[in-house]
Design a protein around this ligand. Structure first.
Ligand SMILES: Cc1cc2nc3c(=O)[nH]c(=O)nc-3n(C[C@H](O)[C@H](O)[C@H](O)COP(=O)(O)O)c2cc1C
Length: 264
């Protein structure tokens, strides 16, 4: 197999794409689309966003030291793109895209109601690089739509229809995962159990789709959240962050009300 070599570039793909809201609910607010983001530490949970110094949002984040990462979805792809090609200097992106600003618990900037998951962040360090400043931040709280929780309390993030970005294009995630964390080294017995669980989950979903709404709400009211056995808990470092919230306590997640690949 031969390779074609070309000049250095930002060729890490796919990457997440998120809408970052910033500013102050009491004053100016804005949204910027960001692809240069990720997790930098698990305990405490820390993230970063890399923002060009010329962006309007750069000055807002620099001033307040706060921002919210709003995960985005296939349904929100259009709005995500718009917030990445228009500047808050010229338009009010919340108004133009009919996105709803809602207050967070820890930061003054708004969260986007329509986003399925919001991460409130406070800047801890700013690393200056030639084109971008990297805002390294603590994740202060995570909010997720209550519609994404199974009756057993588990966050089913796969139902959110999350979006990613690869080489200048937006993609939805596959509806059917190729495997779970650690599936490459899974014991046959565990594999069997997981397959049975997946079948049961699929059946429950189908049942919910076919049952009339009245019956569904009755079912929800009677449901008791189950606790995972301690032995089933994996080390935090081995699990994606959304699996840490298995066994969410009732009410703990509050319901609140041009191609760019080289432009990031
Ligand atoms: C998919 C996509 C990803 C982007 N990623 C980044 C990024 O990581 N950092 C950045 O500074 N700009 C990025 N941009 C560009 C900004 O979102 C864009 O310049 C935006 O209009 C800036 O808005 P503002 O001036 O209101 O802050 C991206 C744009 C798109 C469409």
């Amino acid at each position: 197999m031969s390779k074609v070599t070309f000049k250095p570039g930002t060729m890490v793909n796919p990457v997440p794409v998120v809408m970052v809201s910033c500013g102050d609910m009491a004053g100016e607010t804005n949204i910027i689309t960001i692809a240069w983001t990720g997790i930098v530490n698990s305990e405490p949970p820390m993230t970063y966003i890399s923002v060009r110094k010329s962006r309007h949002s750069h000055s807002l984040i620099e001033k307040s030291g706060e921002f919210v990462i709003n995960l985005t979805t296939e349904k929100l792809a259009f709005q995500t793109d718009y917030c990445g090609v228009k500047s808050g200097r010229d338009v009010n992106k919340f108004e133009e895209q009919k996105l709803t600003p809602v207050p967070g618990q820890h930061v003054k900037c708004p969260m986007i109601l329509e986003a399925p998951v919001n991460l409130e962040c406070r800047v801890r360090e700013v690393h200056q690089y030639p084109s971008h400043d990297m805002f390294v931040a603590d994740i202060l709280a995570v909010h997720a739509d209550d519609s994404l929780f199974h009756e057993n309390g588990k966050l089913e993030l796969e139902r959110a229809g999350l979006l990613c970005y690869s080489h200048g294009e937006y993609f939805g995630l596959q509806k059917h995962p190729l495997g779970k964390f650690g599936y490459s080294i899974m014991k046959p017995k565990t594999k069997k159990r997981m397959e049975a669980e997946a079948r049961k989950k699929k059946q429950t979903r189908q049942d919910l789709q076919t049952k009339p709404k009245r019956e569904q709400s009755g079912l929800d009211l009677q449901a008791k959240p189950k606790r995972k056995k301690d032995t089933e808990q994996k080390a935090d470092t081995q699990k994606p962050f959304y699996q840490h919230s298995a066994g969410r306590k009732a009410g703990s997640a509050e319901k609140t009300g041009s191609k760019q690949k080289d432009k990031s």
